[in-house]
Design a protein around this ligand. Structure first.
Ligand SMILES: *[C@@H]1O[C@H](CO)[C@@H](O)[C@H](O)[C@H]1NC(C)=O
Ligand SMILES: *[C@@H]1O[C@H](CO)[C@@H](O)[C@H](O)[C@H]1NC(C)=O
Ligand SMILES: *[C@@H]1O[C@H](CO)[C@@H](O)[C@H](O)[C@H]1NC(C)=O
Ligand SMILES: *[C@@H]1O[C@H](CO)[C@@H](O)[C@H](O)[C@H]1NC(C)=O
Ligand SMILES: *[C@@H]1O[C@H](CO)[C@@H](O)[C@H](O)[C@H]1NC(C)=O
Length: 696
């Protein structure tokens, strides 16, 4: 039948037919599409078949095409037909409706792992998460062969973190831990984004080891770290592995080392020696070898040490017998020796005749060093008696040296003062020459209590300068000091100087010869001298109470102690003794010819001037100044007294004459008598002075 043939034809050219044309299905889906289109076409053809054959009613088909249809030529060019546009389904004239391709199923339309998105008149596809379009665009239409394929997430490095191992799955991935790592905060497999799980490296902690083993080095404590060990000191590796590694199970593994203690055994022995050993034969033990007595080690060392190699190591000990050989000889000495040469042997040295041993030791002993002990013996020749030098004496001496010294009164002039005994037994005598010591001031003499005389010992014609210092003091006068100085130049052999010394004073005089630098001292104790006669004007008075004046120059060096005033009546034979006792009582009337004291005045109470009124009836120094009797003539005498201890010197002067009545003859005779008295007085004083000088 032709209808059946047409149908078949329609089925074969489905595309032209327009009912089922919607894009070009890709190769894989073509068969299914054809089957589907065929089924729909069949149903529609049955409905349309009865209507189509009526050529008479042909109308303008193109004009009746639906908005969403196109007008095309028929296959056989027998006319035109309206075909719905791509994406629309219908009869092309009255009905062209949008077709929801996605309703057919995303898998069918877009392929596996896709999502279908419908649009008006069309659609597009996207891939599910974990997949990507084969054209790498976010949307696609599969009719060009584009499809969704799995993404390999593991291509991103470090996705699973350190120690993690990535595994790609269809549309996803998961993580597990590598060897040596353990999952932390979760379980395997895990996905780092989903939970906090991560991989952490296994840590074995500090390497563990046993006795006799020491850790040499370790690369770390984590998985794969290696610790290296060795045997402790004194131990030796015997077998086994020296390294240990940190395993994935967190344990150090692989150490199998076995160490054995090192033992050197007994130390070696050497001839003529003994060993000092504490019995230990461990590494580091030292033994000391000592040669027996009489032997000494000529080897380089005497120590052996137990080494790590398990052997005693050291230099061979060589003990050789010690001998000192024959002893040395010393000049001028003989030997006492028993010919033994071993250590402890003794040699005695003795100086030969004519020599003596000067210090040192005379015995030498053979030492363990093989040498005779050093000997300091020195045999010196004897020099005999000590040499004699004029005016000298020996201060000190020993057998070889004499020290000389000038005797007293002599001094060293030149030469050496040492005599030495030479090795040939002869004294090298000292050349000392002693000369007599001469003092620059000799035979010092005191003359007349005030002059000094001495013999000057000096070079002929030379001038010597002398400094004379004299210091006077008085025992009876505290605070008195007479200190004076005087220089004398003289080239005389005999020098004489006189000093103005004060009386009744003890002087210490020192004379220094300035050039010679020599000082001599002498004491001069001056005696009391007759005081100087007071200087006054002799006057004669008519008045019964005359006032007399005395001028004096007071001085601390004054030797006058007191003044006395005598009143001497001019009658009978006049006799006045100036040297009669000072403190005597007023003479009795019968003895009035001697006159009497009317006043006594201590010098200490007097000034430079003194007024004295004779007969004023007052008492002066315990003496009564009795009024003068009228009609009588008197002499007034002033006596100056120097007194010290029991010594007393005085001088008198006629001060005044008081005329009461006029006995001219008497007066003249009295004048003669007074004159005689004064002469007598002067003679007396002169005699006393001469006598005193003689006594000195
Ligand atoms: C024809 O198709 C267009 C979209 O291409 C649509 O907007 C319109 O409504 C359709 N016309 C009819 C009569 O269905
Ligand atoms: C004597 O004395 C001198 C000087 O002190 C000294 O050098 C010398 O050794 C002494 N001689 C003796 C035998 O003591
Ligand atoms: C002088 O010295 C002697 C003896 O020490 C003594 O007795 C005498 O009183 C002294 N003379 C003087 C004036 O001090
Ligand atoms: C002189 O006086 C001194 C004291 O100043 C005394 O030592 C000495 O003995 C006195 N000499 C005479 C001779 O009195
Ligand atoms: C002593 O007398 C004279 C004259 O009469 C008088 O000038 C003088 O001051 C008197 N001197 C004393 C120490 O009294």
């Amino acid at each position: 039948m032709p209808s059946t043939q047409r149908l078949k034809m329609k089925v074969g050219g489905g595309e032209e037919d327009g009912f089922l044309t919607k894009g070009r299905p890709h190769q894989g889906d073509k068969l299914k599409m054809d089957e589907r289109s065929a089924t729909v076409s069949l149903l529609l053809l049955f409905c349309l078949g009865s209507v189509t054959p009526a050529p008479a009613n042909i109308l303008d088909v193109c004009a009746s095409c639906h908005v969403n249809a196109t007008c095309v030529d028929k296959y056989d060019h027998s006319g035109k037909v309206c075909n719905c546009k791509y994406g629309f389904v219908g009869n092309g004239r009255t009905f062209c409706q949008d077709k929801d391709e996605c309703q057919i199923g995303a898998t069918k339309i877009c392929g596996q792992h896709t999502t279908c998105h419908n649009t008006y008149g069309s659609y597009y596809c996207t891939c599910l998460t974990g997949y990507i379009a084969s054209n790498y665009l976010p949307v696609f239409i599969p009719n060009d062969g584009t499809h969704c394929q799995d993404i390999d997430e593991c291509r991103v490095a470090g996705l699973c973190g350190e120690g993690g191992q990535c595994r790609n799955l269809d549309g996803t991935f998961d993580c597990r831990c590598q060897l040596g790592y353990r999952v932390h905060n979760g379980t395997e497999p895990f996905r780092p984004q989903k939970n906090q799980a991560s991989c952490q490296v296994v840590d074995c902690g500090q390497p563990t080891f046993r006795e006799n083993i020491v850790l040499l080095s370790a690369t770390g404590t984590t998985f794969g770290s290696v610790a290296t060990f060795e045997c402790d000191e004194g131990f030796l590796w015997k077998s086994g592995n020296k390294a240990s590694a940190c395993g994935a199970d967190g344990l150090w593994r692989g150490l199998t080392i076995i160490c054995e203690v090192i033992d050197c055994g007994s130390p070696p022995t050497f001839a003529h020696s003994h060993v000092e050993w504490n019995g230990s034969s461990r590494v580091g033990t030292e033994v000391l070898y000592q040669c027996n007595f009489g032997y000494r080690n000529i080897g380089k060392s005497n120590v052996f040490t137990c080494t790590a190699a398990g052997q005693w190591e050291g230099v061979t000990v060589l003990c050789q017998e010690i001998t000192c050989g024959p002893p040395k000889t010393l000049p001028h000495s003989t030997l006492l020796w028993d010919r033994s040469t071993g250590p402890g042997s003794v040699v005695q040295y003795e100086c030969v005749d004519g020599y003596y041993q000067e210090g040192g030791d005379n015995i030498s002993t053979c030492l363990t060093s093989g040498e005779w002990a050093n000997i300091s013996l020195n045999c010196k020749a004897k020099c005999g008696p000590v040499p004699f030098l004029a005016h000298s004496e020996v201060v000190w001496h020993n057998t070889s040296v004499v020290l000389h010294h000038c005797v007293k009164g002599y001094r060293s002039w030149s030469g050496s003062n040492v005599s030495t005994c030479s090795s040939s037994g002869v004294w090298h005598a000292a050349t000392l020459s002693c000369i007599e010591v001469k003092q620059p001031i000799n035979q010092l003499l005191v003359l007349n209590e005030k002059c000094l005389q001495w013999r000057a010992e000096k070079d002929e014609g030379a001038i010597e300068m002398y400094k004379v210092i004299y210091i006077g003091s008085r025992e009876y006068e505290r605070g008195f000091l007479d200190k004076r100085k005087q220089f004398v130049n003289s080239m005389e052999d005999w020098v004489q100087i006189c000093l103005s010394l004060l009386p009744a004073t003890n002087y210490s005089v020192s004379i220094t010869a300035l050039l010679a630098g020599f000082t001599a001292t002498v004491a001069i104790n001056t005696t009391l001298t007759v005081p100087a006669v007071p200087e006054l004007h002799y006057r004669e008075f008519e008045t019964p109470v005359p006032t007399l004046r005395l001028h004096r120059s007071p001085s601390t060096l004054d030797t006058i102690s007191l003044y006395q005033v005598f009143v001497l009546p001019i009658e009978g034979v006049l006799a006045f003794n100036c040297s009669c006792p000072v403190n005597g009582k007023p003479p009795s009337k019968s003895d009035s010819s001697q006159g009497h004291i009317v006043a006594q005045m201590r010098i200490s109470r007097l000034g430079a001037e003194m007024n004295f009124t004779v007969g004023d009836g007052l008492s002066y120094g315990g003496f009564y100044n009795a009024p003068l009797r009228k009609g009588k003539n008197y002499y007034v005498i002033l006596r100056a007294v120097s007194q010290w201890k029991n010594d007393l010197k005085s001088s008198c002067v006629l001060w005044a004459k008081v005329r009461g009545t006029s006995y001219v003859i008497m007066i003249s005779s009295l004048c003669a008598a007074a004159l005689i008295g004064l002469i007598v007085l002067a003679v007396l004083l002169g005699w006393t002075y001469t006598w005193f000088l003689k006594r000195r």
